[in-house]
Write a protein that binds this ligand. Sequence first.
Ligand code: SAH
Length: 476
Amino acid sequence: MDYFPIFLKLQGRACVVVGGGEVALRKVRLLSQAGARVTVVAPALVAGLAELVHQGRIAHRAGTFVAADLDGVRLAIAATDDRAVNQAVFEAGEARGLPVNVVDDPELSSYITPAIVDRSPLVVAVSTGGGVPVLARLVRARLESLIPAGFGALAGFAARFRDQVKARFADVEARRNFWESVLEGPIADAVVAGNIASAEAQMAQRLAEPDAPSGAVYLVGAGPGNPDLLTFRALRLMQQADVVLYDSLVAPELLELVRRDAERVFVGKQRANHTLPQEDINALMVRLALEGKRVLRLKGGDPFTFGRGGEEIEELAANGIPFEVVPGITSASGAAAYAGIPLTHRDYAQSVTFVTGHKKDGSIDLDWPALTRPQQTVVVYMGLSTARELCAAFVAHGRAADTPAAIVEAATTSRQRTLTGTLATLPGLIDAAQIKSPAIIVVGEVVSLAERLAWYRGGNPDGVAASKVQDDGGEG
Ligand code: SAH
């Protein structure tokens, strides 16, 4: 380890920034955030610094740097483009035994500033010892995506209970276990979701009865299948769950991302092959949550779009079980983007409607006069098995037979296939290609754009070609 990491207390302490440019401004902001009393030493200031001086938030000593500027100072930063000045700051600092950083010049620095993820009071600092700042920033970017925005609030929340928890658990081990269960459980989720009242109530209950089960249900949209399209929140919950209830729409590549030792329960629904009736799924979720499990109800696409998500949480609400709903990219959006079919377009469609092609009581029950108006896009979920009837109905109710129409199978995954035609030709194309579920139908002029805008190549033909070359010999 080339540098010793520390977090420095600067509240009310005098700090000096030498230089009056944009870089100096950034450093001044950071120091101010940490509560430092900042003086800028420079002959002239950029507008942003001048404004801070004007507001009385920092002091300015107009002039070039002299060693005495560092008298009584706790920390100094040199941000000028004159190396001689930077050097003078460094030497004056060394002579006084105070830490000096020259921006982007580790040689002339007694400390370096890390890349930071700021979820105050939680702060993560990353350093490569000044050698590869870009790498430090890359690592920071990854951490940014890993640490929920609400973790600052969580740290603040936990700190408020510190004394109470300490008084409640004399034993260090017991205390640690308690905190772990709080910080990884429904209480933390409630804080991150901004639901402080609920978090406080749960906390009070946990302190009174630490061993009472504390389950919760997370109704999570897993998106249309491509793991890259998961939300951060979905991924985090997948990695914390005790039990996962999933159905046939959840792509296998997504299940791979669920915590390894989580129990997996298949509950679902292929048309006409209902593995578990909806009421049983609801009851199962309630039971598991009451046992204290963190239950992940993973849904294809978005849970509130043709996902019966509403019904599932009604039952939870009725039983007083904490729950959270995480939206996912619905398959209409996924299919549209990955097939190059904008759902709205200034020239072709001013609105888009999502409908289900599922039959109810033997017929497709849709508002046809509304759906066949021009200048709109209609996306049909669950319409594969009724595609022929659907297309005929669009035409029978007045949409032109040559209206462009497409079907996208397994949208966004490596198995994606897109067929485009018209209301007249699409059913034949579907039969010929033997399109399988899940598949989604898009009707409207926007479909004609796919020819130019399709960019996704699903199965990655390049990858296939490369492996073939290797199989062929390796003698060359
Ligand atoms: N809640 C889901 C929809 C569930 S209804 C969502 O928001 O996407 C099931 C229908 O969704 C399927 O019949 C199919 O029409 C569509 N669907 C789901 N995933 C799909 C995918 N990867 N590709 C194409 N259609 C998909």
